[in-house]
Design a protein around this ligand. Structure first.
Ligand SMILES: O=C(O)[C@H](O)[C@H](O)COP(=O)(O)O
Ligand SMILES: [Mg+2]
Length: 305
């Protein structure tokens, strides 16, 4: 039986032997911004040598799977494109395979290239996103720009460093006027770990739209099981012999618990020496030491919430 805190090599080997599929979070586990966590390459090589299935599960919707593949190559981390499962890809799969999004409708995107590329890849028409027309400030008080567009069948919001009032007002008007317009978030992370600290995440970018529209969005990414359903449909693994490794209690660890998958929480030493709680995400410190707690779904039932 794997103990809750792993402290000996035998504990780690027992954990590895009891797991066929490793679901690995990216930001805060594999890397912190441009810095690869110490020891990651060696651990991934060990798991591959033992014939383990590796799936890289990120809520970060800025990149498509192809873009992530280029990132991993640049960081000299061996990953196949089909092993990458980002929230942009999962959302495109959800729109095409679950919603059967109509071909004569378009998705209005608040987000970046990753979302646009994944929607295009599944044949879904979209607008907004990186369109320079929307990456502008409008003359204060000029609302003449906002015309109805019945072709919009969904508003999709993800990480967008160019978010602005024009984008929010367009998205809001489609949610307000278009009957049955879907409201979807790739994910709702509060913060994003990079550059030695935390910055506003996707959830902080979609919050104004959620607040103004008073609509409850469908959220595809972790901790929601929509993402796990899509991963299992593609990779066919046994959740009971899988392990979700993450740095964020409210996304990664909750994701494992919601899906009946054991979880492994990694934490990080802060540059200033005191330890992060994982809910605030690990930070830039490149050397993560694994003070690991393995929480299995069954033990979760006994956990005090
Ligand atoms: O704000 C976001 O989108 C997320 O914080 C961020 O990208 C998390 O990525 P993950 O830890 O799931 O790889
Ligand atoms: Mg993370």
């Amino acid at each position: 039986m794997v103990p809750p805190i792993l402290s000996t090599p035998e504990h780690y080997l027992e954990l590895i032997d009891s797991t066929d599929t490793f679901l690995l979070d990216c930001d805060g586990v594999i890397y912190h911004g441009p810095v690869v966590v110490d020891g990651v390459r060696e651990v991934l090589a060990l798991l591959r040598a033992k014939g383990k299935k590796l799936i890289f599960v990120t809520n970060n919707a800025r990149k498509s799977r192809a873009m992530y593949k280029k990132t991993f190559d640049k960081l000299n981390i061996e990953v196949k494109e089909e092993e990458i499962f980002g929230s942009a890809y999962a959302t495109a799969v959800y729109l095409s395979k679950v919603l059967n999004f109509p071909k004569d409708k378009r998705v209005y995107v608040i987000g970046e290239q990753g979302i646009e590329d994944e929607l295009t890849a599944v044949g879904i028409s979209h607008c907004g996103g990186t369109d320079p027309e929307d990456r502008v400030f409008i003359p204060s008080g000029d609302f003449s720009l906002f015309k109805p567009d019945p072709s919009i069948g969904a508003v999709l919001c993800g990480f967008d460093m160019y978010v602005n009032y024009k984008k929010y007002a367009k998205a809001f008007s489609y949610l307000r006027d278009n009957e049955g317009c879907h409201f979807i978030l790739t994910n709702q992370d509060a913060t994003f770990p990079t550059d030695g600290t935390l910055f506003p995440g996707s959830g902080a970018m979609s919050a104004p739209l959620v607040f103004a529209s008073k609509k409850k969005p469908t959220i595809v990414g972790k901790p929601n099981t929509l993402m796990m359903d899509a991963i299992i449909a593609e990779h066919h693994f046994d959740p009971k012999r899988a392990l979700m490794i993450g740095d964020n209690l409210s996304t990664d660890i909750e994701f494992g618990h919601n899906s009946g998958v054991r979880t492994l929480l990694v934490m990080a030493e802060l540059p200033r020496g005191n330890r992060y709680s994982a809910t605030r995400q690990a930070t830039s410190c490149p050397t993560l030491w694994l003070r690991v707690s393995v929480i299995s779904p069954c033990s979760r039932n006994n956990d005090a919430r």
